[in-house]
Design a protein around this ligand. Sequence first.
Ligand code: 2NL
Length: 365
Amino acid sequence: MTNDPGQQDPKALVEAARQAFEQEFERFASLSDQSANLTLSQAEDEQRALVDLRTRHLGKKSAFAASKKTIGRVSADERAAFGQLVQQIEADLTGKIARADTILANHIEAARTERQRIDVTLPGRRPRRGHLHPITMLREQIEDIFVGLGYAIEDGREIETDFYNFEALNIPDNHPARSPQDTFYTTAGQALRSQTSTVQIHAMQRRGAPLRIIAPGRVFRRDTPDPTHNPMFFQVEGLCVDRGITMAHLKGTVAEFLRRMFGADTKTRFRPSYFPFTEPSAEFDFSCFKCGGSGCRICKNSGWIELGGSGMVHPNVLRIAGVDPEVYSGFAFGLGIDRMCALMYGLDDIRLLFENDVRFLKQFE
Ligand code: 2NL
């Protein structure tokens, strides 16, 4: 006997090839349907290794294939038996591979299915419901109160001519509010309205007297943003024009508004002031909604909160808007909605209201 396969006994060669196969196949032989402890990628690796093993042990260049070719060296009377033996071994090995492959394929299929499985009974993700912006909520609250007092709500444009923004409001040519440092101008010389009085001038021209309106909306002033200023903010102005309207009506209306807003015990006070569009003019404060007037952090220990300006509409303003000041008189007032909002919610920075960060806004739901 030599080590040259060409000289070896054919039966011994077949047997050696079979044993070499069995040795390598051992780890697949132990596979069973309990092979679930393999991960998906491990099972896929094993399947590839099995294909590789088949090529090496049963392929054209395998020792087994070579051993088959030695059949010529088998004596004629043993040749049939040898052929049968080879066929039987080949069928046996092929069958073993096929069984292992089936187990692996089943496992892979099951693992892939498991990986893709969705639980249709899981609750879905709820779409987050939005809500109104706190400034909008407050504006609607203010509107509701004034509608209850017989006022109509007026809306208007945000870009205005010099006439509506200043001239009609009795604001003199040299007034600092007219300077480009205080007001935003378009290149065509129009102004972003700096108060919603513009809307009221339009309304007086269109509807004439008598008239009771409020005009809520955005206004623009060239302020550098800081915790108490924003170059765009929200204002509501009110205007009441009729025969015989006096300061008493102004005081009664503002006081009633604030009682409906902050509670029946709310007190109001007026301090003399100056505006070009009203004469006389007054600023108004209300007793602190937090402490009721005894003094706290919100009212800076004064017991009062400053809210807005007001006054009797200047005769020049009535006249220029087409209302006869000899027949009619009126009062007007204005307040900042965002400042009021910041006060009510204790916000230390008004700019938070304009950042539109939902993490901040969702607390007002
Ligand atoms: C303030 C002051 C005020 C007015 C606004 C007004 C409107 C017309 C005629 C006369 Cl059409 N006056 N509005 C009057 C006084 C004060 O606002 O501090 N606003 C935040």
